[in-house]
Design a protein around this ligand. Sequence first.
Ligand SMILES: [Zn+2]
Length: 436
Amino acid sequence: MADKAFDAHCHLFTLEYLLRELLAILDSAVQKQYPVYPQPSFLTAASQDHRGFFQKLTDTIGSIAGLCEVLAESCAQHLAKDCAGYSAHQADDLITLPLMMDIFYIFRHGDVADTDQGATFTELANSLIAPLLAQVPAALKPVVKQKMLDLIEEFSTKTHPSPLAALTLPDQLKIDYTGVELSPGYQVHMEELVALRVPAPDMVLPFLGVDPRRPGIETFVKNNVGPNRPFVGVKIYPPLGYLPTENTLTNIFAYCEAQAIPVTAHCQMNSFYNFFSPLHEEYKALAAPQHWEPVLKNHPRLRLNLAHCGGSDAVAAYLAQQNLATNWTKRILDFMDIYPNVYADIAAFTDDESARNVAVLYAQNPILRQRLMFGTDYVICLLPGHENLGGRMSSYYGYYFRDLDEATRTALFFDNPRAFLGLPASIATAVAAPTG
Ligand SMILES: [Zn+2]
């Protein structure tokens, strides 16, 4: 069998997903069904976003325009690009772990009063086209406009696509929707990821995006995540306004621990969601590793990946021995010493210096030989703000073929993700020397 490496942290989603889910939020708000939550007690009033709902939606639609160029392609095309980036350096196959998004609760503790504009969904949705197109590069304007018109028609007629419906599915990839509340973007996004598994179920291992505010999510996890199920793991994103100690999550983590299901949690101050609705520092800080301490105390064998290892800036500060008492990377390393199944990944270490820091961090901390995983954060690592990669995934992989020796690459690209996933060693051997 050929060698296989892992990208333990990537995201495969499309412009269409973002637009469909934002229209789902609008649709739900117009029907007065969009959930509004009181500000949680762990956040102060200072973190509240006082823009009205429709203003937030308009601003968000405008900021998505900057992502259009990268996100216009399909999930399958995105997947091929990540794999091509790896195979520019190495001939083996790449197994990807796409982590699902769930943006439906992005306006979280907001004020929905101004959704009542005395206008219909179609009128309001049409009025979003101009702010979107104002920011879109000229060459893409016709495509993006048509996409919006098609989606508005889709919502008006309630004819949302079902990517899995057209496929013959093995039982293990059939999604059981019993009891969960779905939004159209969430459903299509999830089905697109599962569809990628149909030709080769072991090559794409998606993680279900779990927001504890989604009604029925606990049952949905139990029905759909685990061995021989559509999803192999759970993805958590606390900066959207919740803590990992939330009741629903406590039940889900108990289940994941008992079933040895891996959980990946966003764990750095930078957040992709800043593109949508600028996050106050207090929200970003919900990603901090210390919020996982009570979870790990109660579930000491939980397979938990604290993604981004605290962030490339936290790794740099740790190596410089700055403010260690509050350093996120240090906290994660301390967890690793106590808990046998705490992992971290190096997703979004997209610049030259950050990549070199990974090699130093690894050399200084022997525990990482069993716990650190390679990841890219693709497709996010190609979005605006990461111009240094020049739009090429081969550049990202290139850093790690340059800076890591073969034994380190074997640990990061193969052994550690395999252990995190609980896969047998027999599925592959090792990452060999680079080609060319
Ligand atoms: Zn990510």
